[in-house]
Design a protein around this ligand. Structure first.
Ligand SMILES: *[C@@H]1O[C@H](CO)[C@@H](O)[C@H](O)[C@H]1NC(C)=O
Ligand SMILES: *[C@@H]1O[C@H](CO)[C@@H](O)[C@H](O)[C@H]1NC(C)=O
Ligand SMILES: *[C@@H]1O[C@H](CO)[C@@H](O)[C@H](O)[C@H]1NC(C)=O
Ligand SMILES: *[C@@H]1O[C@H](CO)[C@@H](O)[C@H](O)[C@H]1NC(C)=O
Ligand SMILES: *[C@@H]1O[C@H](CO)[C@@H](O)[C@H](O)[C@H]1NC(C)=O
Ligand SMILES: *[C@@H]1O[C@H](CO)[C@@H](O)[C@H](O)[C@H]1NC(C)=O
Length: 455
């Protein structure tokens, strides 16, 4: 059985300061579930776009007493697809602490979990809660739960609420993601990182979070999400962590636990089996949700020694906030604007097309665009690495395992294309076995190749 518990916590009672200690949390794949085989997982994961980046997080409507601002937007949701490629962290909420599993997402800010009572208890058909693993958190059983005042700086409604909101004003949100949504009331709680079995646990009071009572059915395998984005609501910002890092174990490896480190010592702990490279974050638009994202300056892509002819402005951020490229832990498959994608696709195709038959049609059912048929028991041929060249000579080398994905009988380029002008994303599949450090204080991303299961 896969272990979902937190690995180790360093002693420190107060994190929200410069003297913050590191928090170390284990990350598991949603598919680290003994009943799901790796190839079922690949099929399931690829059928949907696991885009957890926030689509919209802006306040509308002024809050009123009791019922307040609706943060309402439109976005398609995809249903009835199992087993995403997200990484899950375990943390605890409330007093007494109740542990829950949450998707770790650098592409959004809100921390949220489902709260009881969830959905409409009168008619089951109106129940808008998804079935979660583990117990449902019930605010009325916790002594540290509170509803966040609408004018709190950590409330998404603050801008609309003004300095003196009506008494009892509650900020209601509906946070939409690239895939899925969740809605509820903004609240505060004491969170615990660590568990009673691995003392000492770190307890942090007054963390603003979303107490969701309605969500789309896109969150199987979790009980919510932890936003690690740049905004004030994210766990990184609320802890005053300054830096965080993760090292993601390979996709097909359900047995090992990945590591997430939060706090200044994350920077000190960055090590790998190769050189550490650093690149500055690019200043993003100040508008939500783009203000949440970690933008990077991708200046080129090579396959083997060949630099691809990618238009120089392919990944440029436009004045209107569109375009650009972000790094995201909550998205699985990298998406590139079509002008770049077609170059990558052509390079990979030309290296493989003489060696393997192309797999066409719905039978390969991965939703990916370039797939090759593999004979059973024949391992895929050797391929050169792909390099993402980031500003400042920061080359991120992707071994073939990080850009090709093995399904049942097919081997596919694990990337998708995006309309020109849309945002490109470096997903978590491409970040396997790379130790990645987000130094939000220094505004740099650093990374090094690593064996993440032994970190
Ligand atoms: C939240 O927004 C989504 C997307 O627009 C919508 O489908 C859903 O019904 C909304 N949920 C609530 C409770 O308002
Ligand atoms: C979630 O899992 C349940 C059973 O485990 C399944 O019936 C349901 O269809 C799944 N939903 C999604 C969106 O995957
Ligand atoms: C969620 O809670 C809010 C505030 O209490 C309430 O107005 C809303 O009807 C609830 N939604 C559901 C689906 O129960
Ligand atoms: C993972 O663990 C299971 C059960 O302990 C074992 O059967 C399987 O071979 C392991 N897989 C890997 C990749 O080590
Ligand atoms: C990206 O890097 C290139 C090469 O160093 C530089 O010319 C360009 O100005 C950078 N773009 C941004 C948005 O920083
Ligand atoms: C993505 O690529 C496929 C073929 O490689 C093409 O048919 C499709 O139009 C492209 N989509 C976009 C949005 O450019």
């Amino acid at each position: 059985m896969a272990s979902f518990s937190v690995l180790l916590i360093l002693a420190c009672t107060i994190l929200a300061s410069d003297a913050a200690a590191a928090v170390r949390v284990g990350l598991t794949r949603i598919h680290a579930d003994p009943e799901v085989t790796a190839s079922e997982f690949v099929r399931g994961a690829l059928r949907r776009d696991m885009h957890r980046h926030a689509r919209f997080a802006r306040e509308q409507l002024a809050p009123s007493s009791a019922a307040a601002a609706g943060l309402t937007v439109g976005a398609p949701t995809q249903k009835d697809l199992r087993n995403g490629g997200e990484y899950i962290m375990t943390l605890s909420i409330g007093t007494p602490p109740l542990s829950y599993r949450a998707i770790a997402d650098t592409g959004s800010d809100l921390i949220w979990t489902q709260c009881a009572p969830c959905g409409d208890t009168v008619t089951d058909t109106d129940n808008q809660c998804f079935k979660q693993s583990g117990c449902l958190y019930n605010p009325s059983s916790s002594t540290t739960f509170g509803v966040l005042p609408c004018n709190s700086p950590l409330s998404m409604c603050a801008a609309m609420a003004g300095p003196s909101p009506p008494p009892g004003c509650a900020c209601m949100y509906n946070q939409t993601y690239g895939t899925g949504w969740t809605a509820g009331v903004q609240s505060v709680e004491t969170f615990t990182f660590g568990s009673s079995s691995t003392p000492p646990a770190v307890r942090v009071p007054n963390i603003a979070f979303g107490c969701s009572n309605a969500s789309s059915n896109d969150w199987n395998g979790s009980a919510g999400l932890v936003g690690l984005g740049r905004g004030s609501m994210s766990l990184v910002s609320q802890l005053g962590a300054g830096a965080f890092s993760y090292c993601l174990t390979p996709f097909q490896d359900a047995n090992s636990t990945s590591t997430l480190l939060l706090g200044p010592s994350a920077a000190a702990a960055l090590k790998g089996t190769g050189p550490v490279r650093s690149t500055p974050f690019v200043a993003g638009p100040s508008k939500a949700p783009m203000s949440t994202y970690y933008y990077l300056n991708l200046t080129g892509i090579s396959v083997g020694e060949t630099a691809l002819a990618i238009p120089p402005d392919a990944f440029s951020l436009r004045a209107d906030g569109t375009g650009g490229l972000i790094i995201d832990s909550g998205t699985t498959i990298t998406t590139l604007v079509d002008s770049a994608y077609q170059q990558v696709r052509a390079a990979v195709r030309s290296l493989l097309v003489t060696r393997l038959p192309l797999a066409h049609g719905p039978d390969h059912s991965t939703g990916l665009d370039l797939c090759f048929a593999l004979k059973a028991s024949t391992p895929p041929p050797a391929m050169p690495s792909m390099t993402l060249h980031f500003e400042g000579g920061a080359d991120m080398v992707l071994p073939v395992e990080n850009y090709m994905i093995l399904g049942s009988g097919v081997w596919c380029l694990a990337m998708r294309n995006q309309t020109v002008g849309a945002m490109s994303m470096v997903g978590n599949y491409q970040q396997q076995n790379i130790h990645v450090l987000y130094d939000v204080r220094k505004e740099t991303l650093s990374f090094a190749p690593a064996v993440c299961s032994s970190l």
